[in-house]
Write a protein that binds this ligand. Structure first.
Ligand code: MN
Length: 294
């Protein structure tokens, strides 16, 4: 099943390349309050809600995707867990850039946190803050969302804790300073276009990630080349912090990271998940799209 959130936080099932069916009426406890926890509970209870959602999707009429505005297919996660240094070729390119100082611990695999408020959707824009001479880079990554939470999850059981997969571009200011700050500016986590449930993805290590800027391929990688698999990421992260339903993970930058500037359009594609095209603009005084932030 391909789930999406649209027109605020209505819930849709994407039923074809062109359309979705509104299944909001079948979502337990749904509310249009942006602080609602219905989505977190839907992630936790997805297995029991699935039949009801499928029935609603069969009953409803398809709405053209061109007639709606998709939001990010995640809502109010307790955290965004990001992975550093998960492809050998990315590690090598960063070692090549390490001209100013020894990056030390920053060259090692680990997990860190991005602010959930940095998440935007597949029809939003990335707004670049003024960071002086530092570059701001794209990192097109496989992302996944936690269904059943837990602590000390065994790698063997880990995929049972994933409700679905999506795409995230982990936008990053290069240069000195803490990783969580450099990756947590508003709009720095475009996520989407849909949340594709695990049964439709199968093996998360058998996907291909592409990211292009202005039609030029920048990143192209097979997820089998991850140094630490999705299963092992979950085992490691859950040995540190309790995973909560709805938590979002991004699984590390493929090689080919590079700068983005206002006017660029990033296009990212992961097979079986979909495509996002995200324009890049300069940050303005107002929030994303000029709307007041909650
Ligand atoms: Mn990243």
């Amino acid at each position: 099943m391909r789930l999406c959130l649209y027109n605020g936080h209505r819930v849709g099932v994407v039923t074809s390349e062109h359309g979705l069916v509104d299944v909001t009426a079948a979502v337990p406890g749904w509310s249009d309050d942006p602080l609602s926890d219905f989505f977190v509970r839907l992630c936790r209870d997805f297995d029991s809600a699935k039949a009801q959602l499928e029935a609603e999707a069969r009953r409803g009429e398809e709405i053209p995707l061109t007639a709606v505005r998709l939001g990010p297919p995640v809502l109010n996660p307790s955290k965004v867990v990001a992975v550093a240094m998960n492809y050998a070729a990315h590690r090598a390119e960063m070692e090549g850039r390490a001209d100013r100082s020894n990056l030390g611990w920053r060259m090692e695999f680990d997990v860190f946190l991005k602010a959930p408020s940095s998440i935007v959707g597949p029809e939003d824009t990335v707004e670049l803050p003024d960071v002086g001479d530092n570059e701001i880079h794209h990192e097109g990554e496989l992302a996944f969302v936690v269904g059943t939470g837990g602590r000390d999850i065994a790698a063997a059981d880990a995929l049972d804790h994933v409700v679905g997969y999506t795409t995230m571009i982990d936008i990053t200011v290069r240069g000195p300073g803490d990783r969580s700050r450099r990756k947590s500016y508003d709009t720095f986590s475009p996520t989407g276009p849909h949340l594709v449930t695990g049964d439709e993805i199968g093996d998360p290590q058998a996907l291909t990630i592409d990211l292009s800027v202005g039609g030029e391929t920048r990143q192209h990688v097979d997820t089998k080349d991850m140094l630490v698999s999705v299963r092992e990421i979950i085992a490691y992260a859950s040995s540190i912090m309790t995973l909560v339903p709805g938590d979002v993970f991004c699984t590390g930058a493929p090689p080919g990271v590079g700068p983005i500037v206002p006017g660029d359009v990033m296009r990212t594609e992961i097979d079986r998940i979909g495509v996002m095209e995200i324009p890049v603009v300069a940050r303005t005084a107002a929030g994303p799209d000029g709307e007041a932030l909650p």
